[in-house]
Design a protein around this ligand. Structure first.
Ligand code: C5P
Length: 404
């Protein structure tokens, strides 16, 4: 994900306990490639030191209109114009009130009033202050002024009371910004994705499955949603979660259940991405009660072949783009040949080849190394080892080219 790379973010920090989370937010923004300029209110400095903030952002923190000993003027107009986005996190009731009413008595508010960029506000305060009609009125004014409110969470507050007013976690604020800066190149596209392993029951406590964690499929689902696609994610049992709220997740367990859900979604989709590691075989019979070794000697398990979901959809294709995965244990020519063979056998438009023989690729890792192969005979595209989020971008870029 490179959507924040090179972006100029003004981070406004006001005086709330949640200011300690601003340090993490700066780290995440810088890691995502953004440049961060902190503007802090005088009260904000009581909660977190400018030394921490300037060390993390790599820029002096601005609080006052001028530096006292040199008289150097800090232009709020220039900072406002420099910004691609302004984020006020934490935003206290007081700062929200001042923003809503144009009370320009500190650098943060004057910068806000000068900013031409989109503005995001992450409120942080005690539950009663949050629920007060005055705060609600001020937030309504900000919304009407076009400010994006990053809603606070319900949880334990600094007062130890539990309620609504906890500032959204830095990771989620980052996601809101990434979402905002992602071009909506897949708007109007319906994308279905299968992900994770399938689990085939032997009895109520045992099963046949594989080591898939679902990370790759979920990363594709999140990125497609970020690009504006309508995403249905058909997922086997996994521990990961979709981070984008617009991803519709359909939970399934077995290959047969995954097939039914996939056939349902396929009819009305534009793109189907088969990232699931479907178990090739299932026990011929799933016992309804636990097999007890004291009572029964089980020396062999009879397996039956599972349906091939990708191939079934390949036969039903009427204009949808169908993308498969080929996870091989060999790399190089042999692996590529195996992957190529799947294109014809399953009627795929593109296949994403990855190999367990490549370090950092395959199940469970946060990285992957892929080669893209097409049905139309164009040259395979070998990509370098990247985070699964970045691999998801490469895959979706290639799919967008296919759909053009
Ligand atoms: O045949 P193989 O398992 O190597 O093919 C991998 C591709 O086919 C993946 O895209 C996978 O999701 C899909 N597949 C499937 N149903 C199966 C087996 C594989 O959809 N039963």
């Amino acid at each position: 994900m490179k959507h924040l790379a090179g972006k100029h973010i003004v981070l406004g920090i006001s005086g709330g306990i949640a200011a300690y989370k601003s340090a993490t937010l700066i780290r995440l923004l810088v890691k995502a490639g953004a440049e961060v300029q902190v503007v802090i209110t005088p009260n904000g400095k009581e909660f977190i030191t400018p030394v921490t903030l300037s060390a993390l952002s790599g820029k002096p923190v601005i609080c006052d209109f001028f530096t006292a000993n040199t008289g150097e003027w800090h232009s709020h107009v220039d900072i406002g114009l420099w910004a691609d986005a302004m984020v006020v996190a934490p935003a206290t009731a007081s700062t929200i009130g001042k923003m809503a009413n144009g009370i320009a008595d500190n650098m943060l508010i004057t910068t806000y009033l000068s900013a031409k960029s989109p503005v995001f506000v992450a409120p942080a305060m005690d539950l009663d202050m949050m629920a007060h009609p005055s705060t609600e009125r001020n937030l309504a004014t900000l919304r009407a002024d076009g400010v994006h409110i990053i809603e606070p969470e319900v949880g334990e507050l600094a007062s130890h009371l539990v309620g609504r007013g906890r500032m959204e976690e830095p990771e989620n604020i980052l996601r809101v910004l990434e979402d905002f800066f992602t071009p909506k190149t897949m708007a109007g596209k319906r994308v279905m994705i299968t992900a994770g392993p399938t689990v085939e029951r032997i009895d109520p406590v045992r099963f046949v499955s594989n080591f898939s964690t679902g990370k790759m499929g979920y990363a594709i689902a999140d990125e497609a949603a970020r690009r504006g696609a309508e995403v249905t994610l058909i997922s086997g049992p996994v521990c990961v979660k979709a981070t984008h709220s617009a991803v519709k997740v359909v939970d399934v367990e077995s290959a047969r259940q995954m097939l039914c859900a996939a056939q349902d979604a396929f009819e009305n989709c534009d793109v189907a991405i088969m990232a699931a590691a479907v178990a090739d075989y299932a026990p011929a019979e799933a016992r309804s009660s636990k097999i007890k070794r004291e009572h029964e000697e089980v020396s062999c398990l009879t397996l039956v072949k599972n349906p091939d979901i990708a191939a079934t959809l390949g036969r039903a294709k009427v204009g949808q783009k169908l993308i498969g995965f080929a996870l091989e244990t060999e790399h190089g020519e042999h692996g590529i040949e195996n992957a190529q063979e799947k294109i014809a056998r399953k009627n795929l438009d593109m296949v994403v080849f990855n190999s367990l023989a490549d370090a950092g690729a395959g199940f469970g890792t946060d990285t992957n190394k892929i080669t893209l192969l097409w049905a139309d005979g164009r040259c395979p595209r070998e990509c370098s080892l990247k985070s699964k989020a970045d691999v998801a971008c490469d895959i979706l870029n290639a799919i967008e080219e296919l759909c053009d």
